[in-house]
Design a protein around this ligand. Structure first.
Ligand code: TYD
Length: 217
């Protein structure tokens, strides 16, 4: 069913449950006989992980927004060239926790940078590499942020830079994802992320199965 190796990206507001979902999708694909690996952005390579800790720690004003965009993109270049493309070439699917949809949402809609510029930079720096399927976990950001802050403080993780931004910022992120999905419906599925983890997982697997069936036609 479907072509063997696909590139999936999981997107959504902070605390929407992406990270657990990425692991679940990978397990589902592997169980079905389709090898897949989990990866994340910013990160996914040794240098990208270093950029991640620089980008996600500290206060909101730690970076100028141009630097933030360029560093997110630099991490993506490393991820795509060293992990995504070689892995797909070996017939192994990629499930990435965030990709360029996050840049369009956070640096574009959130920070107010031009989407045309972000897309131009992506094309020049990364290339014309887009996920085959983007799974948007749609959730009220007020619920996501409460979950996310709880997790960061419980695990003493210093990655809360974006969580410090106000609710309005996070509402713009949510709207951007819905807008990206509306503009490019073939490549996106929007999943209601409100519910128990089991319920949301079942919705995601159903959507992926449907998408793969359509691809196979
Ligand atoms: P992540 O671990 O995905 O956050 P959470 O698990 O809380 O959802 O952290 C990544 C953060 O980086 C997230 O707040 C969004 C931000 N980000 C951008 O602003 N631009 C990007 O291009 C990417 C990939 C992430």
């Amino acid at each position: 069913m479907g072509k063997a190796a696909s590139f999936y990206a999981v997107e959504g507001v902070d605390g929407c449950g992406k990270s657990g979902m990425v692991g679940h999708i990978v397990a589902h694909l592997n169980d079905g006989g389709y090898p897949a690996i989990a990866t994340r952005e910013p990160g996914g390579t040794p240098q990208g992980e270093k950029l991640r800790s620089l980008l996600l720690s500290g206060t909101d004003d730690a970076w100028d927004q141009q630097s933030e965009l360029l560093l997110m993109t630099a991490a993506r270049v490393e991820h795509v060239r060293r992990v995504v493309l070689p892995t797909l070439e070996r017939g192994i699917s990629i499930v990435s926790d965030r990709y360029v949809g996050s840049t369009i949402a956070y640096q574009g809609a959130g920070r107010g940078m031009s989407e045309d510029y972000i897309r131009f930079l992506h094309k020049e720096a990364v290339g014309d590499v887009w996920p085959d399927l983007v799974i948007v976990l749609d959730l009220d950001p007020a619920i996501g942020l409460a979950r996310s802050k709880k997790r960061l403080s419980a695990d003493a993780i210093d990655e809360g830079r974006f969580e410090t931004l106000d609710l309005d910022f996070h509402h713009r992120i949510r709207r951007s994802y819905l807008d990206q999905a509306t503009r490019d419906p073939d490549r996106h599925v929007v999943i209601d992320a409100l519910g128990t983890p089991e319920e949301v997982r079942a919705r995601v697997i159903e959507a992926i199965t449907l998408w793969r069936t359509r691809q196979a036609r």
